[in-house]
Design a protein around this ligand. Structure first.
Ligand SMILES: Nc1ncnc2c1ncn2[C@@H]1O[C@H](COP(=O)(O)OP(=O)(O)OP(=O)(O)O)[C@@H](O)[C@H]1O
Ligand SMILES: Nc1ncnc2c1ncn2[C@@H]1O[C@H](COP(=O)(O)OP(=O)(O)OP(=O)(O)O)[C@@H](O)[C@H]1O
Lengths: 213, 213
């Protein structure tokens, strides 16, 4: 159970605040737009109208006591930047910000943000991975081009052992498990022989997995 | 190797197009803004200035032959909607659109989009999961109660080796990789020592993983 302060209740900030509450955490939600605060009053337990570029206002609601603060102000970059800096100054342990461009991200990191999210850029990358998956049975993303995929054993490997297939040597992929008849062979040894209908659990770069199928 | 048409080269569309190309797919990138097309001319192999609300223009560049089309027009919802409908009409097999609000999403689904992305909303939810240490970072289902989860290393294991932690003996879980500083230690050996901020890739029953966190 953690405590978060979320500044800026646009689509990103509101979605973040609601999800954190759903996961059982405490959220203090702040926005300078009184209409927005009114709209959310019955939705979020602690929502206050406040200008996050005003250090006294932030101090007054105890922002410095929070472990994590997230600045989700979009259009007004200066306000986003200042809110981030002020949360850092007041002693918030982990400060995260959203940004709209890579340049904004660099600046926010320079002034002390621990992490900066670029929702549109990341969503584009994530969709690319998902659309690229028609060969894959399922997929877990580990950032960048790397992930774990479950995919049907390619026909050319049926009857071959893992050592004979030399998958890591040829593709840089690790077979971490074989899913066979509903049960799992975890960390299969080099002499394990692949069978028709096997699902292979593969760890590595997605671009390598696409060459492999 | 798949073929995609991407309409609208804002941050989302551009990021999508670049990632698909990086994964080895063919991408036809379209935008009505000639300046934008110029900017991207050296970046994307096939980028054309085109108004995606013009069915003849779309037909002329063979959009109907593509398996997947993505409409990434943000501000002008009518254009986004029309581009989606036209791609559907021209015979694109899978049509995906991005949207800014839930209402827009419902409308796009009604007119035939197969999938609609809300980048800001999804990014808020995803950040909530990531910041929420007891939640799984990501998850791949293998049927039944079994899966692969990526989760933050529990505090009690920081500084311990995998052998000392005896995770398989105590929980029946296999640590198939450690995700550390953006890189991956696949099949870590028994003497590998866990560090703060590590993400563990765990294979096994989800109920065991929940006891483990
Ligand atoms: N100084 C400030 N203090 C607190 N909240 C602020 C401040 N400036 C702007 N905000 C709030 O931040 C919220 C999000 O900002 P804005 O709408 O500009 O970004 P956005 O990028 O369009 O948001 P999203 O994409 O998440 O919907 C708005 O509700 C706005 O009222
Ligand atoms: N009719 C159209 N045909 C083709 N492209 C279009 C059309 N209308 C708009 N676009 C392009 O779509 C792109 C993205 O749209 P816009 O910038 O409005 O959305 P956005 O939501 O701000 O984008 P992002 O958030 O992805 O940066 C722009 O480059 C714009 O030129």
């Amino acid at each position: 159970h953690q405590e978060f302060v979320v500044v800026g209740l646009g689509r990103f900030g509101t979605s973040l605040a609601r999800a954190l509450i759903e996961f059982g955490h405490s959220v203090l939600a702040l926005d300078s737009d009184t209409n927005r605060v009114q709209q959310l009053a019955n939705d979020l337990p602690h929502v206050i109208a406040l200008d996050a570029t005003n250090i006294d206002a932030l101090r007054e609601v105890g922002v410095g006591d929070f472990e994590t603060g997230v600045s989700c102000i979009g259009t007004n970059f200066e306000a986003n930047l200042l809110a981030t800096v002020l949360m850092r100054q007041l002693g918030v342990k982990r400060v995260v910000a959203k940004a709209r461009t890579r340049t904004q991200r660099l600046i926010l990191l320079k002034v002390g943000a621990d992490d900066v999210i670029l929702p549109e850029h990341e969503a584009g990358l994530r969709l690319a991975r998902r659309l690229s998956q028609i060969e894959f049975v399922d997929y877990l993303s580990l950032g960048g081009d790397t992930g774990v995929v479950e995919l049907r054993v390619p026909a050319r490997y049926i009857g071959k052992s893992l050592a004979e297939a030399a998958i890591r040597q040829n593709y840089g992929l690790t077979v971490v498990a074989i899913h066979r008849d509903g049960s799992l062979i975890a960390s299969p040894g080099p002499d394990v022989r692949m069978q028709a209908e096997d699902e292979l659990l593969i760890l590595g770069r997605i671009s390598d997995a696409e060459r492999f199928v």
